[in-house]
Design a protein around this ligand. Structure first.
Ligand code: HEC
Ligand code: HEC
Length: 360
């Protein structure tokens, strides 16, 4: 009897779980650095990028199967035409409620190696991708429900098999889904051919006069012009030094008074309250409204904040104190900085078919 039951069990495994014996041969994807000013992307050893993984991840990214009412997905708040932001001050979830933060660009996100989100609360993309789904004011769904739907789906099991070499549909997990999404995200990389990149690559004639002066002001690169201070924080290939800082947008009496404590909640250190990720400024003309809560509607408002020097707090970055003390940037120079910011728009990326909705 016992043997019979075991045989029955083995048979049921064989037939119900659709064991797949086809060979698992994924095609590796090498992420090319946009140009020499970029550092190498760090890719977790347990999640190498493959064509099959990216294909699956892209489908999941654009599939409303991830939301409670099948209307939304990652794509709802990360739209290619806005450099993968949503054009809103604060993002709106499936229930119509607004969250407290502004969506972030996913361009070059694989190069951000000092945690993710405005407050740095997620260590890596594989962890990050799990979070919007169960956030009540984002996708408001439960992963076990999604996993059930993916297992029953006519095509997803095969995509998972090709991406991760699983043999049984039952092996589909939320962790594998997140890995695939992370692989897709790591492919969203700048083309490296913006005017700014061309200039950095040695094509010094590419900027017009205003753009060039804007560049000098931004990076304090000319002794004839004042320092607009931007490049001390928005530095390098990403136009971000990858730190969490207070750029003086709030007036507070004590460090406990920030409405959104940001990085301080992540670290538990009061001195980190009111600090937020220095965001990339690539494609900044497409990512309004600005700051973690979208408080500035236009780039002019952003510039007015910076040239006024912003508000003092004990943990405001010292560079902001310098800006407040100097107040040297003229109206013309302010507009030249904006002219420079416009050279950061990556039109080829925004139109790249590889990132478009695969269901359309
Ligand atoms: C309801 C809108 C919304 C949805 C849906 C959404 N996001 Fe986001 N995303 C945001 C907001 C808002 C932030 C910033 C949140 C914060 O810092 O607290 C963010 C931040 C991120 C970041 C961090 C980027 C960085 O540089 O640190 C990544 C990556 C990301 N989202 C990917 C995804 C993925 C993948 C999905 C789908 C599984 C998704 N998002 C679904 C609104 C959304
Ligand atoms: C002391 C460091 C620092 C300096 C100097 C600085 N920034 Fe920022 N910048 C930040 C931080 C931090 C944020 C995010 C703050 C937040 O959301 O609360 C930010 C946000 C921004 C944003 C919003 C981007 C978005 O996606 O929402 C823009 C635009 C910007 N900065 C442009 C500039 C310009 C232009 C200058 C020079 C005039 C400048 N910054 C100087 C640290 C700095």
């Amino acid at each position: 009897m016992k043997q019979f039951l075991i045989v029955l069990f083995l048979f049921s495994l064989l037939f119900s779980c659709k064991k797949d014996e086809r060979p698992y041969v994924p095609t590796p994807v090498v992420i090319k650095k946009p140009n020499k000013i970029y550092a190498d992307m760090i890719i977790p050893a347990d999640n190498p990028i493959t064509e099959e993984g990216v294909l699956l991840g892209r489908r999941l990214f654009y599939d409303p199967i991830l939301s409670s009412d099948s209307t939304m997905g990652c794509f709802s708040c990360h739209k290619q035409e806005f450099a993968f932001t949503d054009g809103l001050a604060m993002s709106k979830g499936v229930t119509g409620e607004f969250g407290k933060r502004s969506s972030m660009s996913l361009v070059d996100v694989g190069f951000f190696d000092n945690s993710l989100f405005w407050d740095g609360r997620s260590p890596v993309l594989e962890d990050q991708a799990l979070r919007p789904v169960e956030d009540p004011i984002e996708l408001h769904q439960k992963w076990p429900n999604i996993v059930v739907k993916l297992k029953r789906h006519p095509t997803y099991p095969d995509y998972f098999r090709k991406a991760f070499g699983i043999k049984y549909t039952s092996e589909i997990t939320k962790e594998l889904a997140a890995k695939a999404i992370a692989q897709f995200e790591r492919t969203i990389v700048s083309t490296g051919v913006t005017k700014y990149d061309q200039y950095r690559n040695g094509n010094v004639d590419v900027f017009d006069d205003d753009e060039l002066d804007g560049y000098y002001l931004f990076f304090n690169a000319s002794s004839f012009l004042p320092d607009a201070q931007c490049g001390h924080c928005h530095s390098g290939a990403l136009l971000s030094d990858n730190r969490y800082l207070n750029n003086g947008i709030d007036t507070v009496v004590t460090l406990e008074d920030f409405k959104d404590k940001g990085y301080g909640v992540t670290t538990g250190n009061v001195n980190d309250n009111g600090r937020f990720r220095v965001p990339t400024l690539r494609n900044v003309m497409l990512t309004a409204p600005y700051m973690h809560d979208g408080r500035f509607k236009t780039i002019d408002e952003v510039m007015d904040h910076y040239i006024s020097g912003g508000h003092y707090a004990t943990n405001v970055d010292p560079i902001m104190n310098q800006l407040r003390a100097q107040k040297k940037i003229s109206k013309i120079q302010r507009n030249q900085v904006i002219a420079f910011l416009k050279t950061l728009t990556d039109t080829a990326l925004i139109n790249n078919p590889a990132y478009k909705n695969p269901f359309k």
